[in-house]
Ligand binder design. Structure first.
Ligand code: NAP
Length: 364
């Protein structure tokens, strides 16, 4: 049973943080003018003014997409934003954020009976390599998993089939993280499919062929920064909008994939890539501090040389074999070893860790 509340009515302009007391907010923006529904499933929510109480302003009726009907009351509480919350019996269904200045999203919570215990995770570049290992481990740990890919649809769909065959819940979503419209659409697809987002991994990343800085074109450097840096920022933005208590979310955890290259600089190979991962480290520390009081932990995993196809995609399929004797542990890492660190940082076991950059680099 899934309820996906998308407003089909007017956008209600209540500026975030507006210092309206409840009565003012109610007068300026009566809840009964809002109408929420989703055409595809027929799910809807309607409000009726009680006319008898300033506190219990409205009753509401939610009709879920399996025809379950929930009746309840919408109450106003005093507070800086004067936002309503809805209750049915004693269980609160939402708090604040109903009247948002953007159309289309009620608090993205699952309602009672909606597989409420299942946490959800979105992994960019989740279809292959380290991302795929993260998706497999997350699915085994009980997460519903959204698997992003950009071009290799077959790999993404094969992974979805694999996770579903093992009893997991997963879906694939195409999107170029370096394209803002794609990023927004990808997160909206997660909203529709899961109705909540608990964890997010900024994993998608590229390298390029070996080159010195004095040989790099502007196009190459811009592509590297657009996918690895701008893409990670845009995705982090969308994740925070869904997780942050400031945006009526319930908190969450974000892990960014950095690289040992950020420390080593990758001279003669790809300093542009190394610099893009330096930006990921800074994003991690800054965002972690920015949202620390909003229920979100932000950390990074910084792998060393890991056995995946990324080296071949940068024209160096032999890179792992060539480099592994130089590593303290005398071998490359596996995607699973990196994924284990990511799952740990997403988990409650890491509840006091935020702003950390965890090296998973075999001692390098
Ligand atoms: P990989 O094997 O090359 O897989 C890359 C994944 O990212 C694929 O799922 C790919 O989708 C997706 N992707 C590529 N460009 C994308 C874009 N513009 N938008 C959305 N998805 C995109 O890479 P990996 O080795 O697993 O690396 C994963 C992360 O770990 C990267 O951030 C990388 O920098 C970091 N890392 C890797 C190593 C290493 O040695 N492997 C070391 C340090 C850090 P398609 O399948 O559709 O192409």
């Amino acid at each position: 049973m899934k309820a996906r509340w998308l407003s089909t009515a007017r956008p209600v302009a209540l500026a975030a943080g507006a210092a309206l007391v409840a009565a003012d907010a109610q007068a300026a923006c009566p809840i009964q003018l809002a109408a929420y529904g989703e055409a595809k499933s027929g799910a809807e929510i309607d409000f009726s003014p009680t006319g008898t109480s300033a506190t219990i302003a409205n009753t509401f009726r939610m009709i879920l997409d399996n025809n379950t009907v929930l009746d309840g009351i919408a109450m106003w509480t005093e507070g800086s934003a004067g936002r309503p919350h809805g209750s049915r019996n004693v269980s609160r269904l939402w708090s604040g954020g109903l009247l948002k200045s953007t159309v289309g999203r009620l608090c993205p919570e699952r309602l009672p009976g909606m597989n409420a215990d299942k946490k959800t995770l979105l992994v960019t570049g989740g279809s292959r390599g380290i991302g795929a290992a993260i998706c497999r481990q997350a699915s085994r740990a009980g997460y519903g998993v959204a698997i992003n890919y950009v071009s290799n649809r077959a790999a993404a769909e094969a992974l979805v089939a694999e996770l579903e065959a093992a009893g997991g819940e997963a879906f694939a979503v195409r999107g170029d993280v370096g394209n803002e419209a794609d990023v927004v659409a990808m997160f909206e697809a997660v909203d529709r499919a899961f109705g909540r987002l608990d964890a997010f991994v900024n994993n998608a990343g590229i390298v390029d062929v070996k080159a010195r800085v004095d040989e790099m074109s502007a196009e190459r450097i811009e592509r590297m920064m657009r996918i690895n840096v701008v893409g990670s920022f845009l995705c982090a933005r969308e994740a925070v909008k869904r997780m942050s208590t400031r945006h009526c979310g319930k908190g969450g955890a974000i892990v960014n994939l950095s690289s040992a290259a950020a420390r080593l600089g990758s001279p003669g190979e790809y300093v542009d890539y190394a610099a893009s991962k330096g930006a990921i480290d800074t994003l991690t520390v800054g965002l972690a501090r920015e949202v620390a009081l909003e229920g979100i932990r932000v950390n990074a995993v910084s792998p060393g040389i890991t056995e995946t196809d990324i080296h071949a995609s940068g024209g160096q399929p032999e890179r792992v074999a060539r480099m592994q004797d130089l590593l303290p542990l005398k071998r490359a890492g596996t995607a699973d070893e990196v994924a284990s660190a990511v799952l740990y940082l997403l988990s409650d076991a890491a509840s006091y860790i935020t702003g950390a950059i965890l090296n998973v680099s075999g001692g390098r």
